[in-house]
Design a protein around this ligand. Structure first.
Ligand code: DOR
Ligand code: ZN
Length: 354
């Protein structure tokens, strides 16, 4: 056993900077998985209907805290960081009111039609949202971006790269001080842009985009549980993401994009986008970092870079992982449905120490 291959790893308790918790019975079923590992999570607002007002976000927050309490996890075990869903009609007043609550931390941009529950999303960002963006820039509230164009003429695999040219660059020219998080980055183009751009920009990276390339979708047959948006890309892109996540750049941090869908809607003629990774998030990330030989970089990525960008304190607790095989369960209960975690049945190299 050489020193180069550590058998345990203790890091400052991490946060998940991109999470889908849903609502009702699904929320109750999944929130414990996140709370067991993460102190905080940025909670996505793409409910049906979406969370477009501060008042709705506060109500949603109460439901999350109630679900945490029902799960018996203790009152301070988990803090949801709430977000607003940006629409063509979001006003500067709504932004300021939300920010003044102290518990709503960001605003999410879904280009209309880009992904799950995005129909109410933005049709033309700079045309319709300037007042909201101006207010966010002024108060320092980050814009969280689903960075894909929805133009049907653009190849699905090119949507992130084209978004940079068509939306991200013009947006940041017009609002150079606006804090922007390029969510769930999937391409080398995205990594290059975020690494080199000027001003306050960062990106989240999922565990699945670090571990898999697009072959995973088709290995031995069509595998719907590997389908998410933005979709998995070529190996060259996965390698660029691993390089970014394990680099010393503070601009890249952990965001699982864990997105629960009932099994029947994933294994379907028109399957939903989203991978459920909350159950085994830190095991997945540890496996990716360990394979890259950069476990030493996991703490910065998971626990330090995110709070620094958001201007929040670093957590005080710790989390320990050990090099012990973890076999991912085949299914999990989710209300009256079943939930299939990503890579169900496979074995990871790292396990959480309870
Ligand atoms: O795969 C995804 N699932 N991508 C998204 O952008 C949304 C998410 C969901 O809400 O299911
Ligand atoms: Zn998401």
């Amino acid at each position: 056993m050489s020193e180069a291959t550590p058998q345990t790893l203790t890091i400052i308790r991490p946060d998940d900077w991109h999470l889908h918790l849903r609502d009702g019975p699904t929320l109750a079923a999944v929130v414990g998985d996140t709370a067991r590992q993460f102190q905080r999570a940025i909670v996505m607002p793409n409910l049906q209907p979406p969370v477009t007002t501060g008042e709705q976000a506060l109500e949603y927050r109460e439901r999350i805290l109630e679900a945490v309490s029902q799960a018996g996890l203790g009152d301070n075990s988990f803090t949801p960081l709430m977000t607003l869903y940006l629409t063509d009609n979001t006003s500067a007043e709504e932004i300021r009111m939300a920010h003044s609550t102290g518990v709503i931390h960001a605003v999410k941009l879904y280009p209309a039609g880009a992904t799950t529950n995005s129909d109410a999303g933005v049709t033309d960002l700079l045309k319709h949202c300037s007042a909201a963006l101006e207010a966010m820039q002024e108060i320092g509230m980050p814009l969280l971006v689903h960075g894909e164009v929805t133009d049907p003429d653009i190849d699905l695999f090119d949507r992130e790269a084209v978004f940079i040219e068509r939306v991200m660059i013009p947006l940041r020219q017009q609002f150079p001080e606006l804090k922007v998080v390029f969510e769930h980055l999937t391409t080398k183009d995205g990594v290059d842009y975020v690494s080199q751009a000027e001003g306050p920009i960062a990106a989240t990276i999922t565990a699945h985009h670090l571990l898999y390339n697009r072959n995973a979708l088709f290995q031995g047959g069509l595998r719907p549980h590997w389908y998410c948006l933005p979709v998995l890309k070529r190996e060259v892109h996965r390698q660029a993401l691993v390089q970014a996540a394990t680099s010393d750049s503070p601009r890249f941090f952990l965001g699982t994009d864990s997105a629960p869908h009932p099994r029947g809607l994933k294994e379907h003629a028109c399957g939903c986008a989203g991978c459920y990774t909350a159950l085994h998030a830190m095991e997945l990330y540890a496996t990716a970092f360990s394979r890259a030989g950069r476990l030493d970089r996991l703490e910065a990525f998971a626990s330090l870079n995110g709070p620094a960008f958001y201007g929040l304190p670093v957590n005080t607790g710790t989390l320990t992982l050990e090099r012990r095989a973890f076999t991912i369960p085949a299914t999990l209960p989710m209300g009256e449905h079943e939930l299939v975690p990503l890579a169900a049945g496979e074995t990871l190299e790292w396990s959480l120490v309870a």
